[in-house]
Design a protein around this ligand. Structure first.
Ligand SMILES: *[C@@H]1O[C@H](CO)[C@@H](O)[C@H](O)[C@H]1NC(C)=O
Ligand SMILES: *[C@@H]1O[C@H](CO)[C@@H](O)[C@H](O)[C@H]1NC(C)=O
Ligand SMILES: *[C@@H]1O[C@H](CO)[C@@H](O)[C@H](O)[C@H]1NC(C)=O
Ligand SMILES: *[C@@H]1O[C@H](CO)[C@@H](O)[C@H](O)[C@H]1NC(C)=O
Length: 329
């Protein structure tokens, strides 16, 4: 029994050290946070010299009683310093280690305990994300992004082009009746504030039938070069054909057809009276086709030459170089 005036024994957990191999250091004091599963943790328990018995408990199970190891777990050991420190080290901490650990001491008078609650945090990791996909315009599309981590990660989506506005979706992003402007690179981000968020990408290609956006008629004099132009938007890239009335035109004497992506140019080397008139440009892909009329006007009769938008400068530069090749200038 306690002699009069004898001070009470003390046990205190003054610090909990974490060794963090991912570069995410979390310092005490409690709640003691731990990142990832690659770390070790030391719960330091300082005791004074009046203590007769010491023990460490995981929840209510004894891990160590004095120097005797009761736990079969090879990841736990003691760190002691003389009689004054009696600390518990846990290596390769995992999420199942979360919980309260108790340092218990027995003095002549009464047991005392000191507790630490270990919270194990794991950085967000995306373990499954949709593959890149190709769909037709109007399809319903669901993109998925599954992540693990502690606490549970928050999952957000963005379409990176053009505005990167956040989209309304979590693990699953539903796109009802996808439109061509919803094609692009989707970003899925999983974050839980433990480490930098994990990010993955899904490329979505939206197929749609051709629509002719621009045509360019022309008004060349006899004996000169005549050019007609047609531009179509389509995914996949359209095929082009040129017609004069019902007759399909091909690269023959005096005619050259150039196709570059969604653009085509028909060149007539040496315009004759018979060449003036109505031509048809047809753009097609496996989703459909569209045609437009383009005119080779006799000088002075042209209307509407600029009725459609003008060809871009770069296209006309290309056209000029094609014409050069074609006519060996
Ligand atoms: C603590 O107890 C839990 C539940 O029994 C167990 O899963 C975990 O491995 C234990 N951790 C340590 C470090 O003893
Ligand atoms: C797409 O989803 C909408 C709403 O759920 C549904 O009404 C429509 O039939 C679906 N379309 C296709 C092509 O499955
Ligand atoms: C040009 O030809 C197309 C196809 O043959 C025809 O549909 C269209 O009406 C013609 N346009 C003119 C102005 O003759
Ligand atoms: C253009 O065609 C006309 C009539 O066929 C011919 O007389 C003339 O020599 C040609 N000019 C060129 C540059 O080929």
């Amino acid at each position: 029994n306690k002699a009069p005036g004898e001070p009470e024994a003390e046990a205190s957990i003054t610090e909990t050290l974490f060794q963090n191999l991912l570069g995410c250091f979390v310092s005490p004091p409690p709640p003691n946070r731990l990142c990832g599963v690659l770390f070790f943790c030391v719960c330091r328990c300082y005791v004074d010299d009046k203590v007769s018995k010491v023990a460490w408990l995981n929840r209510s199970n004894i891990i160590f009683a004095g120097e005797d190891k009761w736990s079969l777990d090879p990841r736990v050991d003691l760190v002691t310093k003389g009689q004054l420190e009696y600390s518990l080290r846990i290596q390769k901490v995992d999420v199942y280690d979360e919980g309260s650990y108790t340092c218990s001491i027995q003095t002549k008078q009464q047991p005392k305990t000191s507790q630490v609650y270990l919270i194990v945090q794991v950085p967000a990791t995306i373990y499954k994300v949709s593959e890149d996909i190709i769909v037709n315009e109007g399809s319903n599309v669901t993109l998925s992004c599954l992540a693990s981590g502690r606490p549970d990660p928050l999952i957000t989506w963005r379409l990176l082009n053009p505005s990167a506005e956040p989209l309304d979706g979590e693990e699953y992003l539903d796109i009802i009746g996808i439109m061509r402007n919803q094609a692009g690179r989707y970003e899925c981000k999983a974050s839980n504030d433990v480490a930098t968020p994990d990010v993955k990408y899904v490329n979505v290609v939206v197929n749609y039938p051709p629509s002719i956006r621009k045509t360019q008629s022309s008004e060349p004099p006899v004996g000169r070069l005549g050019t007609l132009q047609c531009e179509a938007a389509a995914v996949p890239t359209p095929e082009f054909e040129w017609y004069r009335d019902d007759k399909r035109l091909s690269n023959t004497q005096g005619i050259n057809i150039q196709i570059l992506g969604g653009n085509t140019v028909l060149m007539i080397a040496n315009v004759t009276e018979e060449d003036y008139g109505n031509y048809t440009c047809v753009a097609s892909n496996r989703l459909g086709a569209q045609s437009a009329s383009v005119f080779l006007y006799r000088p002075g009769t042209g209307r509407d030459i600029n009725g459609s938008a003008c060809a871009s400068l770069s296209l006309w530069l290309l056209l000029a170089s094609f014409a050069c090749l074609f006519f060996k200038c």
